[in-house]
Design a protein around this ligand. Sequence first.
Ligand code: FAD
Length: 469
Amino acid sequence: SPILWWVRRDLRLTDNPALAAACEMGRPVIPVFIHDEQVEALGAAPKWRLGLGLEAFADSLGAHKSRLILRRGRALDVLRALIAETGAGAVIWTRAYDPDGVARDKAVKAALKDDGIDARSVAGHLLFEPWTVETGQGAFYRVYTPFWKAVRVREVPEPMTAPGTIPGPDHWPGSDDLGNWDMGAAMRRGAAVVAPHACVGEAAAQGRLGAFVANRIAAYKAERDFPAAEATSRLSENLTYGEISPRACWHAGMRAMGEGKAGAEHFLKELVWREFAWHLMWHSPHIATGNWREGWDAFPWSTDDTAPEVTAWKRGRTGIPFVDAAMREMYVTGTMHNRSRMIVASYLTKHLMTHWKVGLKWFEDHLIDWDPASNAMGWQWVAGSGPDAAPYFRVFNPVTQAEKFDPKGRYLDAWIAEGRQRPSDTALSYFEAVPKSWGLSAGDRYPAPVVSPQAGRERALAAYEARSG
Ligand code: FAD
């Protein structure tokens, strides 16, 4: 009887343990993707980008004489229907670690087992299963550096090769048409804006990793903090949909280290930040929904999502060039440099005294590399309410940050058009992307700061002291 391979965030054939295990059983494999309530709940950009990923993945399965069956509904209902249609005796999938995914998968597994189906979940999204990394006291890690030290010495298995053939059934079950799912429907800024910046599919992801290791990894440590330098790998987009495995990235980094490329270890450290984020989410899932640290619920953060200064932040019109450049970068490209993420998050939570959840949500709707664990950890880290967080009193000054990390103003040139004789194409593209209803034009006067770096800093620190005093 056939095996259903329940495809989720593992859109790859290489180093896919779930697929490898399915193929090893020596029976026909039916890959199926389910548009369930979790997919329904995705933000606009992640959902649209997932649609592109599914399209590319269906093509690559096609090239292996296989197919991607698309179905919509509650996961258990869909799987049961497919089992009835195909006579499948087993279902296999790559494990999820987010609280909703974990709850869904547990229930599905228990129900399928009750039905007499061989239901299995396997590792594949992370380097280290979150429950396998423990402190000396048997607890989970709340601080990054000891986590890094604990995993750094571990053996990570070499990535597996893609199966030569994926055996298919004699009769394929019917599939929905991806076009009818309209995955880009919620993209207010229009898919055409972001599309040129997306790098979709397994082959593209491998190309990206190869180019990064060949050309940029050596200088990665020195240049990774400069948002105009294009010094980072940009693999977050592919890692989140599983178009490349973390093991492939890890081993590429290890090989570069072996070749004496100076920045390579730092790349491994960043991959481990991703692991750490999932470790935290697995052990303390409330990281995505509430202040991780105690004592923060009374902090006087505003939750007014439509306050004028929050609208200015979202629209890249705060009057602080670095913040505005970064918000526009995300709007147009669907990603934002890590240094910029920290600065815009700091400006929102500190200078604008707005709750990190407001920013987290905006990111969730606009990032094509949205990752629930890294996004939650990043926001709470900057806000000061998270594990291993930057102390609240360390307020990034967006002006001195720009001087330090964009000394020639290249990032600002790329994204700010107002008041310039010859704005760059990218800067102009922002004004073409935004909805007309925002009333923005490249010829507008650049705004005065909604909150100045100095006044915002003083207000935030006063609130912090009042709270802790
Ligand atoms: P590289 O510098 O090339 O790093 C390699 C890989 O390591 C990345 O692809 C990523 O998987 C991982 N990594 C690097 N930095 C971090 C980090 N700080 N935390 C976790 N993993 C990291 N990352 C996401 O993938 N999705 C998000 O939704 C997300 N939201 C964030 C929100 C905030 C407020 C902050 C401060 C950070 C957020 N990050 C998020 C982390 C980080 O900014 C991105 O992973 C990074 O910018 C991706 O670019 P890159 O692939 O070129 O990274």
